[in-house]
Design a protein around this ligand. Structure first.
Ligand code: NAD
Length: 433
C-alpha cells in the first residue's frame, strides 16, 4: 500500500474557470467581493491599492519534450498576493486553461482565507497550463521539477509554501519537495499536502471536505435543521466533494445528487458516498454507478435538497442557473463557485450561503498543521489534527457569524471584512501602510 494518491480518477478536463456570458472574470469576481467589504470598512484608496493587489507575480516558461517527440511549451505562474501576516501559502493547479487572471484571483482569496481563520500565513497561488489528463506520470514529473527549479528563488519554508490544488496531489508535492531539496537540502516544510511517508499530516486529505461539514454543523442550529432531515447535492466529486459527502452521510444526511466533469446523477433513495468513492477509485464512471438516474448538470442544481455543496470549479453557479437552486443552504467547497450576479439572486431567494473563504479553509488549516509538524519534526495523531481543526473552524465560523449579525450583512461580506481588517492591521503594524 502507498499513501500517495494514484487513483485512476480521470483528470479534470472541464474549463478551469467557466465564464457565463456577460459575467466577470475570476479576478474581477475576487475584486468585487473585496471592494464590497472595503467600502463597508471605508478603507482609504491607497490602503486598498496596497492590500488589494499582488506583491509579486512570476511567470516562467516550461518546455518539455513529450512522448510524441515534440517540445511543448507551457506557462507556469506563481502569484504572491500578500505576506503581511506570514509566509505566502496556496496551492498549485495544473489545468489547460490556467492563466494569470485566474491564479491572481485565487491568490487574493488565499490572503483573505488565511486571515479569516487566523493562521499565520499570507496568500499565494500557482498554476501550470498543462493538459494534465493527457500527460503521463513521467511528463508530469518533468513539468513539476522544471517549474520548481524556475520558481525556487521565491519559495522557502519561511517565504512561500505551495500545496496541491486541482489535478495536483501528494505525488506532485513529493516531486516538488525532492526538487527543492536538491538545491537547498532536506526541507519537508517547503510544501504541504505531502504523502504521509514524506512528512505529510494525518487528516490533510480529508481536511477541506471535513471543514465544509464543520461549517454545516455550526449552521445547523440557526437553520433549525438536523443532519437526518438533510438531503445533500454535491457538484464535483473529487477530493473536497467526496470527503464532504462521506462525512455528512456518516452524520445521518442523505446524498441525493452528485456530478463530476463527465456527468450528473440523482437518486431520491440516496447515493452511498463511500460506495461511489470506491467505484470511481476503481476506474468506474459516475453515470454507471448502480441505482442512479442520469440528469443534466443544470438539473442537478435544481434538485430538491436542503444542502448544496459546489465542490468543482469556479463560476459554475451563475446568473443563468442560480434561480433554479432549491437548497436552503449552500456551502462553497470550491473556490469562487458563485458569481456576484448569482450571489445576489441567492440572497433574494433567502438561500444561506457560507462563502469559500471560510467554508473551504479546512485544507489550509491542516496544511498549517503539517508545516508546524515539519518544523517541529514531530507527528500529531489524526484525532489531534481533527480536534484542532474543529477548534479553528468553529471559532472562525462564530466570529464571522457574529460580524454578519452585528453588521446585518451576508456571511461573505462579513468574512471579507474580518479578513481585510486583520491583513490591514498587520500591514499597518509592520509599517507598510
Ligand atoms: P479535484 O480535481 O479532486 O476534484 C474536482 C471535481 O470536480 C472532479 O470530480 C471533477 O470531475 C469535477 N468537475 C470538474 N468540472 C466540473 C463541472 N463542470 N461540473 C461538475 N463537476 C466538475 O479537486 P479538489 O481538490 O476537490 O478541488 C475542488 C475545488 O475545491 C477547487 O475549486 C479547489 O480550488 C477547491 N479547494 C480545494 C482544496 C483542497 O484541499 N483540495 C482546498 C480549498 C479549495
Amino acid at each position: 500500500m502507498t499513501d500517495i494518491d494514484q487513483s485512476p480518477r480521470a483528470a479534470n478536463l472541464a474549463p478551469s474557470a467557466p465564464a457565463h456570458a456577460g459575467e466577470l472574470s475570476p479576478y474581477e469576481i475576487a475584486q468585487h467581493y473585496f471592494q464590497v467589504a472595503a467600502d463597508r470598512l471605508e478603507l482609504a484608496d491607497d490602503v486598498r491599492a496596497v492590500v488589494g493587489s499582488a506583491y509579486r507575480e512570476v511567470q516562467v516558461q516550461i518546455p518539455v519534450r513529450r512522448a510524441d517527440g515534440r517540445i511543448h511549451v507551457y506557462s507556469g505562474y506563481r502569484v504572491q498576493h500578500n505576506g503581511a501576516r506570514g509566509p505566502y501559502k496556496g496551492g498549485i493547479r495544473y489545468h489547460h486553461e490556467v492563466d494569470l487572471d485566474e491564479v491572481r484571483s485565487l491568490a487574493a482569496l488565499m490572503t483573505w482565507k488565511t486571515a479569516i481563520v487566523d493562521i499565520p500565513f499570507g496568500g499565494a497561488k500557482g498554476g501550470v497550463n498543462v493538459p494534465a489528463g493527457e500527460c503521463t506520470q513521467d511528463e508530469l514529473q518533468q513539468i513539476t521539477r522544471s517549474f520548481i527549479d524556475k520558481i525556487s528563488k521565491v519559495l522557502g519554508p519561511t517565504r512561500d509554501i505551495p500545496a496541491p490544488d486541482v489535478n495536483t496531489n501528494a505525488q506532485t508535492m513529493a516531486w516538488m519537495m525532492d526538487e527543492y531539496g536538491k538545491l537547498n537540502g532536506y526541507t519537508p516544510a517547503i510544501v504541504t499536502g505531502k504523502p504521509i511517508s514524506l512528512g505529510g499530516s494525518l487528516g490533510r486529505e480529508a481536511a477541506t471536505g471535513r471543514g465544509v461539514i464543520m461549517c454545516f454543523s455550526e449552521a445547523l442550529e440557526s437553520l433549525k435543521l438536523t443532519p437526518e432531515d438533510t438531503r445533500v447535492v454535491v457538484q464535483g466529486f473529487g477530493n473536497v466533494g467526496s470527503w464532504a459527502a462521506r462525512i455528512v452521510q456518516d452524520m445521518g444526511a442523505r446524498i441525493v445528487g452528485v456530478s463530476d466533469a463527465f456527468g450528473a446523477v440523482q437518486s431520491e433513495a440516496g447515493i452511498d458516498a463511500h460506495a461511489l468513492h470506491a467505484h470511481l477509485a476503481e476506474g468506474g464512471k459516475l453515470v454507471e454507478f448502480p441505482g442512479v438516474d442520469t440528469i443534466t448538470p443544470d438539473e442537478l442544481l435544481g434538485l430538491e435538497c436542503e444542502l448544496l455543496i459546489p465542490a468543482a470549479l469556479g463560476g459554475l453557479i451563475h446568473a443563468g442557473n442560480a434561480d433554479t437552486i432549491q437548497a436552503r443552504v449552500l456551502i462553497e467547497g470550491a473556490n469562487g463557485p458563485t458569481t456576484p450576479a448569482a450571489d445576489a439572486i441567492l440572497h433574494d431567494k433567502g438561500v444561506f450561503v457560507v462563502p469559500d473563504v471560510l467554508a473551504n479553509a479546512g485544507g489550509v488549516v491542516v496544511s498549517y498543521f503539517e508545516w508546524v509538524q515539519n518544523l517541529q519534526h514531530f507527528r500529531w495523531s489524526e484525532a489531534d489534527v481533527n480536534e484542532r481543526l474543529g477548534t479553528i473552524m468553529s471559532r472562525a465560523y462564530q466570529e464571522v457569524a457574529a460580524r454578519a449579525s452585528s453588521d446585518a450583512v451576508p456571511l461573505r461580506t462579513a468574512a471579507f471584512e474580518v479578513g481585510i481588517e486583520r491583513v490591514v492591521a498587520a500591514a499597518r503594524t509592520r509599517g507598510y501602510i
